[in-house]
Design a protein around this ligand. Sequence first.
Ligand SMILES: [Zn+2]
Ligand SMILES: [Zn+2]
Length: 310
Amino acid sequence: MKAKLFYLLPIIVLTGIICMGTMPAYAAKIRVVATFTDLADFAREIGGDLVEVHSLATGVEDSHGVPMKPSFVPMMNRADLLVLVGLDCEHAFLPALIEASKNPRIEVNRAGYVDCSLGITPVDVPKTTEHYAGDVHPYGNPHYMLDPVLAKTAIANIYNALVEFAPQHKAEFTRNRDAYLAKLNAKITEWERETKPLKGLKFVSYHEHWPYFAARFGMDFFGTIELRPGIDPTPRHIEELIAAMKAAHVPIVVREPQFPEKVPKRIAEQTGATMVTFPVMPGGVPHTETYIKMMDYIVHTMVAAAQARK
Ligand SMILES: [Zn+2]
Ligand SMILES: [Zn+2]
């Protein structure tokens, strides 16, 4: 009897320690579905071993129209948390998907519906409620994630949702978040230093992805190839854009990988500008698998393109 207890005790004590430190192996992980790869990256950083994260987008998709896959509905049906950009960015695909997945945890206004735009003041909010057909920015520009300082609002929202869902793991989430924020803040300082030569640099892009990015780093977001968000350019708009770019000596054309290269390339050729291809979420082009790697890629490519012209 004594001998048995002698062997059992350490096992009981050890089990207790393991359970206190991390979730026991048999416990299910917190299931997070993120719409985009940047939000998935943040959820993995904050959640660590406690979460299992899936992203609907892989990074190359149009941020306003991620194509449906049969795997999405069961994935959303099992989700504990749904993490999204908000400001109607996902309007074209998410509401129908939430409806089809029949999961009350992640419905709008439930605790599992994690709108990362809470706390963001959007720019370019339309002044009237009357929208032209196809306008995909009805609540203002939703591409705040391309400003790494504003991206910290998304990090805060994801952290809060994880703590609310699993308060017993608050200490671990806090540790993970703080470690990641330390890394990100160091990178922001680096990016601010690296973009100093770009102050006032004018650039155009295909879609209105870049006003927050430009404001953060002191660049001049000159205009878009699209007529309006979600509306294809007309020949007249392209003609006017080319004339305005020539007059203002705009040196850079940004093409997002989800849009065809033909029109941006032609505009760059006709204005003497340099075309660069920038992802709008991690994975959009090779070597941009994480948010930090993506911002590194964008900043370094922009600096190199501007320097090559001098
Ligand atoms: Zn947009
Ligand atoms: Zn750098």
